[in-house]
Ligand binder design. Structure first.
Ligand code: CP
Length: 301
């Protein structure tokens, strides 16, 4: 495999290999000397056509921990603003002897388009509403760290499923690892085709929380909504928002996750996001090790 474009085309063995490699890297980066020379001769460009905090910094740190040379590109402030195409932009970056492209783009399929036209590895760091494979891998890694083998475990993905690339990559990844998956949210924010993927569909957040071992909560992606959706943020918060009392009332060790950025007071109250149930910052920590594993394994191809 030369590229990581999505989870859909990985098999269970591929995912296990990435997660096991990430476990080794997590041990390494918790030592006083965090760097390894594995990618010493590799140059990686992080090419971001969309905003990011976690993914971009996490990739950059992963690359630096692996001793790669790193350049960062943001579409804002670049010659994209003068009309340069995606392919021209990336070919110009590659002309500077770059070996790998980590790419985020608002158009679903943009990394797939690029991967068939350039002689470099491509890693999808999120393509529109399609996939966010490294997020799903770090989510699975974090769940396994907290509750062990995911076979038979119940995972609820709660929120704006329609506009979420995290949801689709999570569904593929969790099902391949043997978990049961439910999506829960307003019917206007759950695509009908998900039933064909074998996921449960729910519209009652309390029932979803009662059912699951892990709740992975997503934000409402207003920036991707072409039309004004029902519900409004206020309505969403009222009917689907999760607070600490709701978690405590369950009387079980539910695990609360969120890929970030959190809209505090909408999908999660602050007391829930910062509660003992939350492993949100563990997810961020694990992102570096998981991305090291992905880059290291791709560089071996
Ligand atoms: N989880 C995630 O993709 O966050 P960023 O958009 O900040 O990268």
């Amino acid at each position: 495999v030369r590229h990581l474009l999505g989870i859909k085309n990985l098999n269970e063995n591929d995912i296990q290999t990435i997660l096991e490699t990430a476990t080794q890297f997590k041990e390494i980066i918790n030592r006083p000397i965090k760097k390894v020379p594995s990618l010493r001769d590799i140059t990686i460009a992080n090419v971001f056509f969309e905003n990011s905090t976690r993914t971009r910094l996490s990739f950059e740190l992963a690359e630096k921990r692996l001793s790669a040379d790193v350049v960062n590109f943001s579409a804002s402030g670049s010659s994209v603003k003068k009309g340069e195409t995606l392919l021209d932009t990336v070919n110009n970056i590659l002309a500077m002897k770059v070996d790998m492209i980590v790419m985020r783009h608002s158009s679903p399929g943009a990394p797939h388009y690029l991967s068939s036209r350039i002689p470099a590895n491509v890693v999808n760091a999120g393509d529109g509403t399609h996939e966010h494979p490294t997020q799903a891998l770090l989510d699975a890694f974090s769940m396994r760290e907290k509750i062990g083998d995911l076979t038979g475990k119940k995972i609820a993905i709660i929120g704006d499923i329609t506009h979420s690339r995290v949801a689709l990559s999570n569904i593929f990844c969790l099902q391949k690892l043997g978990a049961e998956v439910m999506v829960c949210g307003p019917s206007t924010l759950i695509p009908k085709y998900l039933g064909d993927l074998g996921v449960r569909i729910g519209h009652d957040v309390r029932e979803a929380l009662q059912w699951c071992d892990v709740a992975n909560v997503l934000r409402i992606q207003l920036e991707r909504q072409q039309i004004k959706y029902f519900p409004s943020l206020r309505e969403y918060s009222l009917y689907f928002g999760i607070n600490k009392d709701m978690l405590d009332e369950l009387n079980k060790d539910i695990v609360l996750m969120h890929p970030g950025p959190i809209n505090r007071g909408v999908e999660l109250s602050s007391d829930a996001a910062d509660s003992k149930h939350s492993i949100i910052l563990d997810q961020v920590e694990n992102g570096v090790a998981v991305r090291m594993a992905v880059l290291y394994l791709l560089a071996q191809q």
